[in-house]
Design a protein around this ligand. Structure first.
Ligand code: OAD
Length: 232
């Protein structure tokens, strides 16, 4: 059985990473267009660096929760028959035991050089404009996909969705494309579809089945069901 899992901010919420669309419409106190667009970076790079530097530093204060660990266990059983694509830029899937994670919106622990295009694993601040380890030019930016930019590896994702038997979406509001369109694409290609989310999302009507509750409860339960099915 080939499974594609898409995760969003909701899977990391119980680890203490804030989701994007909270009640006041602000993203950790910032308007999204002030920190997550290429235009914002051109106008105020230091503000943008401070925002992402703080989020990178905050990774040290959070830990994976049972939902991340359950997906790590599932990979251990399914291997390449599990394709885990996340919109999250944290590293909680990796720390939860998933070795092959496709970060379609980039990663906090990576820096992208605007001069040479090289992506470099990065754990320090970027606000001091350090040189790129590859080319030496001081043009490193957060390696995250901003609004108006194209997510990483869309062709690969589409190939995986085309061959999936089951598509599962976990902890995402279904408000941001292209990820919000995966469920319809997977269904059109013949996959069963399941949503695991805290509450009904914009995407809920497109799923065959939806279960609502906390990811730390729903995901381990669902993974146990799949393991049980595979064992028989
Ligand atoms: P959102 O903040 O839009 O949605 C998070 C979803 O998780 C909501 O539907 C919540 O109900 C749900 N949720 C919250 N806590 C949960 C829990 N404990 N268990 C299960 N579900 C829970 O986050 P995303 O859908 O990930 O893009 O946002 C998508 C993209 O929009 C992000 O990757 C980012 C953002 O702007 C970019 O930065 C390009």
């Amino acid at each position: 059985m080939k499974i594609v899992v898409l995760t969003g901010a909701g899977i990391s919420a119980e680890s203490g990473v804030p989701t994007f669309r909270d009640a006041d419409g602000l993203w950790e106190g910032h308007r999204v267009e002030d920190v997550a667009t290429p235009e914002a970076y051109d106008v105020a790079p230091i503000t943008v660096h401070r925002f992402y530097d703080a989020r990178r530093a905050a990774l040290a204060t959070v830990a994976p929760n049972p939902a991340h660990h359950a997906l790590g266990r599932l990979e251990g059983v399914l291997g390449e028959d599990l394709f885990l694509v996340t919109q999250n830029i944290d590293d909680l899937h990796e720390r939860g035991g998933s070795a092959r994670v496709h970060h379609m919106h980039g990663e906090l622990l990576s820096a992208l050089c605007r001069a040479c295009g090289r992506r470099t694993e990065w754990r320090e601040d970027l606000v001091d404009l350090p040189p790129c380890p590859a080319c030496g030019v001081c043009e490193l930016r957060p390696d995250v996909v901003w609004f108006g930019e194209i997510p990483y590896g869309m062709e690969r994702i589409e190939r995986e969705l085309m061959t999936a038997d089951l598509f599962v979406s976990i902890g995402t509001s279904g408000a941001v494309y292209p990820a919000a369109g995966f469920v319809r694409f997977a269904r059109a290609c013949g996959a069963r579809t399941l949503e695991l989310n805290l509450d009904a999302s914009e995407g809920t009507p497109f799923f065959e089945t939806a279960r609502h509750g906390r990811a730390s409860d729903l995901v381990p339960t669902w993974v146990d069901e799949i393991m049980e099915r595979l064992a028989h």
